[in-house]
Design a protein around this ligand. Structure first.
Ligand SMILES: Cc1cc2nc3c(=O)[nH]c(=O)nc-3n(C[C@H](O)[C@H](O)[C@H](O)COP(=O)(O)OP(=O)(O)OC[C@H]3O[C@@H](n4cnc5c(N)ncnc54)[C@H](O)[C@@H]3O)c2cc1C
Length: 420
């Protein structure tokens, strides 16, 4: 009797990896092995992380041990992945080598402050990396001692994950300083290489979000490309000139994790995948989430090919598509689904309100997006989403999946029949 049991390795227990492993376990019978590997045993829900900076959440409220978030029957290995051997269909960690029939890669990004001259040195001296929980906690302390001056939020380079985050941070800080009664003492400036906020959502949404920031007295400095940071002078030099800061909150440049580059998966920066199936050019190898590069069907105005933004919401629904297709293939079912590029992301605006940026990102000539104006209901929606994400109740998660898939992300997939 041939052995038809399959091994699916899922790399990374972040947003994409957790969803993939859980969906596969739900759909596949027990003889098929699902192995999830991550160097960290904790899952941090970054969509709530900015609330830690403003004191609305404690760090322990936004993280969980990975096994608590997994269905029974998933093997979790907490080890660093050292090598991906695509020819040999195996993955190596310090203690073992695992062979796969299917590989799903969701290893996210590496942050690289050293790519901006002076930024790594400036971090921890009135400059903080708010894309790690440690950096957020340091920034929280710095904010506690901050009584006024210039605060710069800086996007170092494109692309970066969650294009909502720097804009959302500026609005949350507007609220934070207002609550502290020192808003008029603080000048909040956002500096970014982008033309408009949430660039991938197109000019209408970008214009609305920029308008929200400007009416909160936040200065939006578009098309500012950082050249260097000088901690001794509290100065950032942009291509458009130098700016001084009292507090600098930075998003460091992003790059693909080294193990992906060494495996020959990246071309040249991220892993190219088919936008509907998330397949790489290697047999039975899929890449999702921040590490993947998804070219959109339209063209950017300046002739640069438009890439799908990086964000948890994309990783989440790409994972569902990949898991469904792998499970159907293994189970001998003909049905296949395609990812449609549908996504939505809350934009916290402070004062107990949030907006919602929604859209179809695979439409031509540009993504078809809308922005729902900030309201208390949407803020409540973000809180429920947070509870869902970190819940270990299968029932609550199933109910929320049903709600989100039918009313929020209903059309994230399209059913297509396999030609086989
Ligand atoms: C401050 C902040 C706010 C955000 N807010 C939102 C939001 O509101 N909405 C939203 O949609 N997105 C948000 N994001 C973005 C979101 O967190 C990411 O886009 C999402 O986590 C990407 O999922 P992923 O699975 O691709 O990677 P990740 O979730 O980053 O997971 C990658 C995993 O791979 C592991 N890993 C990497 N290399 C190795 C290795 N060699 N060996 C073993 N393990 C490895 C890491 O430990 C990590 O657990 C935010 C991000 C930040 C920083």
């Amino acid at each position: 009797m041939p052995n038809n049991d399959k091994t699916i390795l899922v790399l990374g227990a972040g947003v994409g990896g957790l969803v993939t492993a859980n969906e596969l376990r739900k759909k596949l019978s027990a003889e098929h092995r699902i192995v999830l590997i991550d160097k960290s045993g904790e899952h941090i829900s970054y969509s709530s992380a900015l609330w830690v900076m403003t004191g609305e959440r404690k760090p322990e409220e936004i993280k969980k041990n990975v096994p608590q978030l997994l269905r029974k029957g998933i093997e979790f290995i907490q080890e660093e992945i050292q090598k991906i051997d695509l020819a040999g269909k195996s993955v190596k960690t310090a203690n073992r080598e695992l062979r796969y029939d299917y590989l799903v890669i969701s290893l996210g990004v590496s942050l690289s402050p050293e790519a901006v001259p002076g930024l790594a040195e400036a971090l921890n001296k009135n400059a903080y990396n708010f894309y790690t929980l440690d950096g957020i906690l340091q920034a929280k302390n710095a904010l506690g001692n901050f009584s006024g001056g210039t605060l710069i939020i800086m996007v170092s380079s494109l692309p970066y994950k969650c294009p909502v985050a720097p804009n959302e941070l500026s609005l949350l800080l507007n609220y934070y300083f207002s609550q502290k009664g020192i808003r008029e003492n603080v000048s909040i400036k956002l500096c970014t290489p982008e033309i408009l906020p949430l660039g991938g959502n197109g000019p209408t949404t970008g214009g609305i979000v920029k308008g929200l920031m400007e009416s909160a007295g936040i200065q939006y400095n578009s098309q500012h490309v950082v050249q260097s940071v000088h901690a001794e002078k509290n100065e950032v030099v942009f291509d458009k000139g130098a700016m001084n800061y009292d507090l600098l909150l930075a998003i460091p440049p992003h790059k693909a994790p080294k193990v992906l580059v060494e495996a020959g998966l990246t071309e040249p920066d991220w892993i190219p995948v088919d936008r509907n199936s998330l397949k790489t050019k290697f047999e039975n190898v899929y890449a999702i989430g921040d590490a993947a590069k998804i070219k959109l069907p339209g063209e950017w105005k300046q002739g640069v090919p438009l890439m799908l933004s990086k964000g948890g919401v994309f990783a989440h629904y790409e994972a569902k598509v990949v898991a469904e297709n792998i499970a159907n293939e293994i189970s001998g079912k003909r049905e296949r689904v395609e990812y449609t590029g549908r996504a939505a992301c809350f934009v916290e605006t402070g004062f107990g309100k949030a907006g919602l940026a929604q859209g179809y990102f695979f439409t031509t000539p540009t993504p078809n997006t809308v922005f729902l104006q900030p309201s208390r209901m949407l803020h409540l929606g973000k809180i429920i989403f947070e509870k869902y994400w970190l819940s270990d109740s299968l029932l609550f998660r199933a109910l929320m999946d049903f709600f989100m898939e039918n009313w929020i992300y209903g059309e994230y997939k399209k059913t297509v029949v396999s030609s086989k």
